[in-house]
Every structure is written in structure tokens, then in C-alpha cells.
Design a protein around this ligand. Sequence first.
Ligand code: ADP
Length: 589
Amino acid sequence: MSEAIDAVLNAVSAPIFLCQQDQILFANRAAAALLGFSQAETVGLPLEAVFATATDSLSGVAALNTPAGKLPVTLANETIEYAGTQVRLVTALRREQAENALPSSDLLFEAIFESTVVGIAIMDERGNYVRVNRTYAEIYGYAPEEMIGRHVFLVFQPEFHARVQETHDRFIRGEGTGVRSDWTVVRKDGQKLEISAFNNRLITASGERFRIVAVIDITEQKRTQQALEVSEQRLNSILNSMRDAVWSLWANTHQLYYVNPAIEILTGYTVEEAMTQNGLLLEIVHPEDRAHYLEQMHSVLSGNRIDIDHRIIRRDGVVRWVHQRFWAVRSPDGDRIGGLMSDITDRRLAVEQALQLKLEAERVRLLSSFIRDASHEFRTPLAIINTRLELMERNPDPQQRPEYIKGIREQTQRILKLVDSLITISRLDELRELVLEPLDLGQLLTTQREPLEQLAQHKAIAVKVEAAPDEMVVQGELHELLKALQMIFENAVSFTPEGGQIELRCVVPSEDEIALEVVDNGIGISPADQERIFERFYRVDRAHSTEGFGLGLPIARRITELHHGRIEVESVLGQGSRFRLVFPAFRPA
Ligand code: ADP
């Protein structure tokens, strides 16, 4: 059995020894040749005679004693059974061969050590630099040779020295290695750096212990991170102290993504309630404004920035007006809609009050001009009455008296008529609405033909009434309607010469409307005057030689408005005028 092993071992070209305790039991052919002995001579040789280096481990770097001197070899051994006993089989590989087998390992180490962007340093047990690569030295602003032999304290501020030494000792003991730790260090130029370090321990064959540290400069990274934190803090403090609510939600689910604390001031709901109750921001929108709100909010996704005013109902039930600005937020996780909500209730109230004040001022202005115009109208008849009375006093001739009294009576009538008109117009001004009932305008014309004809008699004006064959029903108040018609008719009589003609018609100007028309062939009205004749006290005749006061048309117009209708006028100077009172047709449901 052992011969067979011998034969196999002899066939191997590498030198092989079988060793038992401290002696050579067998050396193969190649090994014996190397030592300069025959194979037989090697048997029983003490190990010290063969190996030039320590023989306890019989592995790793070693040397053989040969006739040519010490031959560097690398030993490998394993235990095998040989001739019934346990022996060690030791293979010796010539060192050059071993190095040739792995020629690049040191080169590789050097290449990696010097070209890596990671700073690497090797320190001895005490903490002195044994080697540093170029990157390491550059990080600290030194040349590599300036660092060798110096203690690692070189790159630390004194207050850190105790801690540095303590951790260094731990690493040397093999504790806490392989873990990243961050440090503030100092460069040669005094500038501070933030570094991240990874530590390891190395023990050489001779048992020497070293610390290997790999370092990367994280100053920039830290600075960016700090800057980010600062700007985030700044943004947060702004958002937290704002009185306006800022929010954003996912466009597709309406799930709230963010809302600042101002939401509570505005709505009474806390940030937490808003974040957890899905759709709360939509629920608080006033029901009447909700459709518009949704439509506007989504239109921001097509790229518009939207501003709207709408109402919200606060948690306490109070309705407030808010202004909202929407914008789109594109993110890799999907589209969001951002919003800024400000309470504008007080501002709106102020605007409304300003408007009310303006309206009030306008009302006061209208009223005082009305009073001024009305007083003016009283002045003329009163002045006439006054003169007549003076004349009567100065001229006691009884023959003249009836003449004076007739004049005074006429002016008194005029004043009474004016007072009547003023009462009518102020009554109509105060009226909000009339109690209306269905009225047939055709019938109304037929029944009014006679009384109206009488009003035109003194000027021998012919009155024509066009009978309406169909029912022409509107919603009306009979007495007011008659008053309006009478005002228009009296004007037609006043401004039509003797022997003229007035036509009264009931017409259908459009499908939903019915109108009363008064057409005369009188003096007509210029286009400029047509625009003003509905103003109170306005008369085309500036000299006011005609009878009226300029209140007939305003009264007629107010009555028509109370019937939800309107007055139209068409006229050609010298040819005549057509006034039309247009009402909505009554269609019983
Ligand atoms: P008045 O009491 O003076 O008739 P209105 O308000 O009824 O006051 O009419 C205002 C003015 O409109 C009249 O003074 C007159 O100048 C003009 N006017 C009204 N109706 C007619 C008409 N049918 N033909 C010509 N002028 C008219």
C-alpha cells in the first residue's frame, strides 16, 4: 500500500515530503533531488535540517536547505494515512513558481491601493500611519510621505483624541470592525471635513496587528443634506404660520396629500381630520358651488392656473366666502392638484357695504333732484296764483274778478294734478309687486273705447280701436294697467293736432308676448328725445308751455315693469308716434 503511494508521489514533479513528528519519513524523487540526497538518504532526516525556517506549522512562506543555499518555497500540508499511521504530506512549491502562479497579487494590491477613489490607510497598533494611498493623503491635504510615521491624531481636533484612541484600540482588538462611522476631521489647511470610515484589522503571519481604514469624503453630501433640511424647515415654518390653507391632493383619487395647519382656522377641521376623512375638502364646499368648484379644479390639469371665489360651510355651520387658487403638480407618482385657500368673507362684506353706500348715495341724489324738480313744478302755478291775487287786491274792479278767479282755479287744478302724480309715483316706487290676475287685453280695449274717445273729443281726434279676434290674456292688475294706458293715450291726444287720429291695437309681437299699441299721427319725437322721455319731469318742450309735468311716461313705465313687461317707442318727427306696452303672454299651466 505504501509503495503504491511512494510510486504515485515519485511521479509528481513537485517536491513532496511525508513527515512524522520531527522527522522526514519519505521524500519523493523531486524533493530528494532538490536537497542533493538520494531518496533513501532523506529518510530519518530531522525537519530542521531540511527546512530553514520554523517547522511547527509547515505551511506558508518557508525555505529549504539545499546544497545551493536557502531555497524560498511556499509550503502546503495535509494529514494523510501512510503505512498505518497519520503523517503530514508537505508540498513545497518554489517561491518564484508560487509568485509566478500568482504573479499579479502584489501588483494587483498596489494597483488597487493606489488607484481607488477611496482613501485607504494602514496604521500600526499604536495608531501610527504605516501606509496611506494617494487618495487618503489628498483628502487630508497632505503628501503621502508627510503622513507616514505620524499618529492618526494628525487629522483630528484635540477634543476627539481620547475617543479616537479608544476606537482605534477596539479596532486593533478586532471589535466593531466592518461598521461605518462618521467623523469630523481636520485637513492640513485647517479646513474641517466630514468623512465616513470603514475599519478592518489585519494580522500578518508574524502576528503583527494593523488597522486598515477606508475613508470617503462626505462633506458635500452632508452640506447638501443640511441645506435641504434648512430649506425644508424654512418652508415648514412658513406653511405652519400661514393664515391661508395650502393643500394638495391626488388628481385621480382626491386623497389628500398635504394640508397645512391653517385649514383649522379656515374650516374648523384639524389637519388630522382633513387627512383621514377622504373628500372632506370637497364636502365643505357649499352645495351650490360644488359643481363649479370641481370643474374648475380639474381644468388646472390642462395647464391653466385657476382662481375662483366660492362658499364653504365651516364645521360650526357658518358659511364663509373663500378665494381659491388651483395649480397642477406633476410628480412621478401621478398628477396632484395644489390649492391655496384664503378667507375673503370680510373683504367681500366691505365691498358689499361700499356698494350699498354708493347705492344709498345715488338714492339720496335722485331723491334730492326729484324734490328740486317737483318744487320747481309747484313754483310756476303758485307764482301765477300769487300775481292774480295781487292784481285782485290792486284792481278792485268787480268786473275783472271772475277772470282772476278762473285763472286761480286753473292753477289750483294743475297743482292738484301734480300732487296726484307725485303721490302715484311714490306709491309705485314703494310697491314691490302687484297682485296680478289673468286679463284679456282685447276686451280691455273694447271696454275702454268710449271713455278714451271722450278724452279726445275736445280736439276732434278720431279714435280707432282694432278688435282682437282671439283671446289676448296677460297677468295684470286692471286699475294700474288702465292708468298706464291712460297716460300714454293722454300724451297722444296732447301731442296730436286737432282733427288727428289715434289708433288703439292689441298685437302679438312675439310668440310669448302680447302688447297694447297707441299710435298717433301727431308731432312725433326726435331720436335724442326718445331716449329721455321716460325720465321724471322730462319734457321735450323746454318752455313748459304744454300741460304735463313729465311724470306720465315714468308712471306708465313703472306700471309696465310691475307687470314684468316693457315700454317701446317708435316715432318720426312730424309724422307721429307709436307707444307699445309689451307683456308676457299668460299661459295657464
Ligand atoms: P307729460 O306730462 O309732459 O306728457 P310724459 O312723461 O308723459 O310727460 O311725457 C314726457 C314728454 O314726452 C312729453 O312732455 C312730450 O314731450 C313727449 N311725448 C310723450 N308722448 C308723446 C307723443 N305721443 N307725441 C309726441 N311727444 C310725446
